[in-house]
Design a protein around this ligand. Structure first.
Ligand code: NCD
Length: 360
């Protein structure tokens, strides 16, 4: 495992299991970890709204005996005066031992990791990744289904902008035999950079939840990410897609579990909360333990400064990313490395945001 957790690439299946085993050990014996981070400080830098992610990181650190600093509103920070991510990170790294950052710009935590003297955790970067939520989701699945492989997993609604979906799918791909049922309205499908990693016989795509529910072991519902649309009116086209109610659940397996990273907007009717398959509030609690395990692990790893994505670099290209939401177009970054995605070396992705790049 690298010194940072920025995306699913930073974790192998063995490392995931190690982290989840540690989370289970903390659940069983919390007092053994009550002083594990004594004298250490976590900084939470939240440039976007959050309830669970920020508070669970902070609670996790406090329960490990550490302390927390940070901000929940970037408007009250020097970002408002024009300070760039690089300088903010160099400053906060001088005050703290570990940093969790949430930022609307895709790839921002990857840039932060290059400049930081302490571990960086990506707590959500735009519509890209959210790997600590993935540890939460995996711990919940493991505890409730007893396995992370050979599962039928449906992911529903906003698969285009849903960063929790992107990180979870990539992590589940590291475990064998999983089959993905992507349920989304037309226009919010899973991005190509993720889809191309999935074997063709492990994907089903549909617009209707009812079509897939009878086959599914884990149903992962999501909110339409209205804040990511260029035009807010566009949201209205999708607002009522794939709503889960008790009627639809009649067709689902009795031992299916329903997950949601939360917050719920309107996609799960209130009546579903009383169904024994609804596991999203248990998932909240697992999130705190997953983050305790993550903070503990990163704090105890020898630190080497710098961060490079793994992959073969396309030499001779010095261009910014073509994704307007990428950090290369929203911070003082000259260019992105282009990394090949395939062995034939025909397709490249951005080192920061994974956008598939075209040589124009
Ligand atoms: C998610 C997020 O911020 O990506 N929430 C979370 O972190 N638990 C999902 C969402 O906002 O819809």
């Amino acid at each position: 495992m690298t010194n940072h957790l920025l995306g699913p690439d930073d974790l192998s299946s063995a490392e995931i299991e190690k982290l989840l085993n540690l989370a289970k050990e903390i659940i069983a014996n919390p007092m053994n970890y009550a002083d594990a981070a004594k004298g250490k400080i976590l900084a939470t830098l939240f440039y976007e709204p959050s309830t669970r992610t920020r508070l669970s990181f902070e609670t996790a650190m406090l329960r490990l005996g550490g302390q927390v600093i940070g901000f929940a509103d970037a408007n009250s920070t020097s970002a408002k005066k024009g300070e760039g991510i690089q300088d903010t990170i160099r400053t906060v790294a001088a005050y703290s031992d570990i940093i969790a950052i949430r930022h609307p710009v895709e790839g921002a935590p990857y840039l932060a990791a290059k400049y930081s003297d302490v571990p960086i955790i990506n707590a959500g970067d735009g519509g890209h990744h959210h790997p600590s939520q993935t540890l939460t989701d995996l711990l919940t699945i493991w505890e409730m289904k007893g396995q992370l492989d050979n599962l039928n997993i449906a992911l529903a609604r906003d698969l285009k902008f849903g960063r929790t979906v992107h990180s979870l799918v990539e992590a589940l791909l590291k475990h064998k035999g999983n089959k993905f049922f992507f349920v989304s309205p037309e226009g919010l499908e899973i991005p190509d950079y993720i889809k191309e990693k999935i074997p063709a016989d492990a994907i089903v795509e549909t617009h209707n939840l009812e079509d897939v529910l009878p086959e599914v072991d884990v149903l992962y519902m999501t909110r339409i990410q209205k804040e990511r649309f260029a035009n807010p009116d566009e949201y209205a086209m999708f607002a009522d897609a794939c709503i889960l109610d008790n009627e639809k659940l009649k067709g689902a397996k009795k031992d299916m579990i329903i997950l949601h990273p939360l917050p719920i907007d309107k996609e799960i009717l209130f009546e579903v909360d009383d169904d024994p398959r609804a596991a999203y509030f248990k998932q909240v609690k697992y999130g705190m333990y997953a983050r305790m395990a993550l903070i503990y692990t990163l704090l105890n790893k020898p630190f080497v400064k710098g961060y490079e994505r793994e992959g073969v670099v396309a030499e001779g290209i010095t261009a910014k990313c073509q994704n307007p939401k990428c950090v290369t177009n929203n911070a003082n970054v000259q260019s992105a490395k282009w990394l090949f995605t395939d062995e034939a070396r025909t397709v490249c992705r951005c080192e920061y945001c994974d956008w598939i790049l075209k040589n124009e």
